[in-house]
Design a protein around this ligand. Structure first.
Ligand SMILES: [Fe+2]
Ligand SMILES: [Fe+2]
Length: 240
């Protein structure tokens, strides 16, 4: 009996220490994993961003397009009260949203006229192609979803999946407005840029069909009260 009185606390001490040590090791491993994932994610995003810059470099007209889309989309997401995590995902997605254009022929990307039906068909593949290129990076799954859906329309007439309304991720609905606004206010090989006011009127005209009405409402309001928000074609935003 006396022996038990001595052994019990000693055994409790060793078992407790062992369990504590195992928990500590597990937490250390998880912490290292999180640090490594962050590092890996940053490196992957830098690599992808240089690919996007290579596409932008080929086509002078769209240079800074990704930066500008991110600039507008971030302002909308913040105004709509999205979480920091959602805003971070939207920023990353904006930066790489047209990555799939790497598979589109140069003569289509820079054509100084209207695209033919077959050329437009090839151009339309870029959102799906971008998602396929990014898919192996499993930690970018939310970014992949937004890239895939950035040409979906609120009324379901977009591509590649023809999904509608709230079925389209909020990040993609925001990006769609930001993307179209920057495209309209930038010079393209086939047309001159339109003014900020004309582009906003166009967004309002397609609110509820092409675009989420809530997103258009927020963006138009933001653009009317904040003159500094407007980035003219070729102007760069802050870096990621
Ligand atoms: Fe696109
Ligand atoms: Fe775009």
């Amino acid at each position: 009996m006396d022996l038990v009185i001595y052994i019990l606390p000693i055994a409790t001490f060793f078992i407790g220490s062992f369990i504590g040590y195992r928990i500590y090791r597990k937490e250390e491993r998880l912490r290292h994993r999180r640090v490594w994932m962050r590092f890996e994610r940053r490196n992957v995003m830098r690599t992808i961003n240089s690919l996007v810059s290579a596409i932008d470099f080929k086509d002078k007209q769209t240079r800074n397009h990704s930066d500008n889309v991110r600039h507008y989309a971030t302002a909308i997401a913040q105004e709509m009260g999205l979480s920091q995590a959602q805003i971070g995902t939207i920023k990353e997605a904006c930066q790489v949203h047209d990555l799939g254009k790497i598979g589109v022929h140069d003569n289509i990307l820079t054509k100084p006229g209207k695209l033919t039906e077959s050329e437009f068909k090839e151009m339309k593949l870029h959102s799906l192609a971008g998602a396929v290129i990014l898919k192996p990076f499993h930690f970018l799954d939310k970014v992949v979803l937004i890239v895939r859906q950035h040409h979906e329309r609120y009324d379901g007439l977009g591509y590649p999946d023809g999904i509608k309304g709230d079925k389209i991720d909020i990040g993609a609905r925001i990006m769609s407005v930001a993307d179209s606004f920057d495209a309209m206010t930038s010079k393209r090989p086939y047309r001159e840029p339109v003014s900020k006011e004309e582009a906003l009127a166009e967004l309002e005209a397609f609110s509820g069909t092409q675009f989420d009405p809530k997103v258009v409402e927020v963006f138009v309001k933001l653009m009317k009260v904040n003159d500094d928000l407007f980035k003219k074609a070729g102007e760069s935003s802050d870096v990621l």
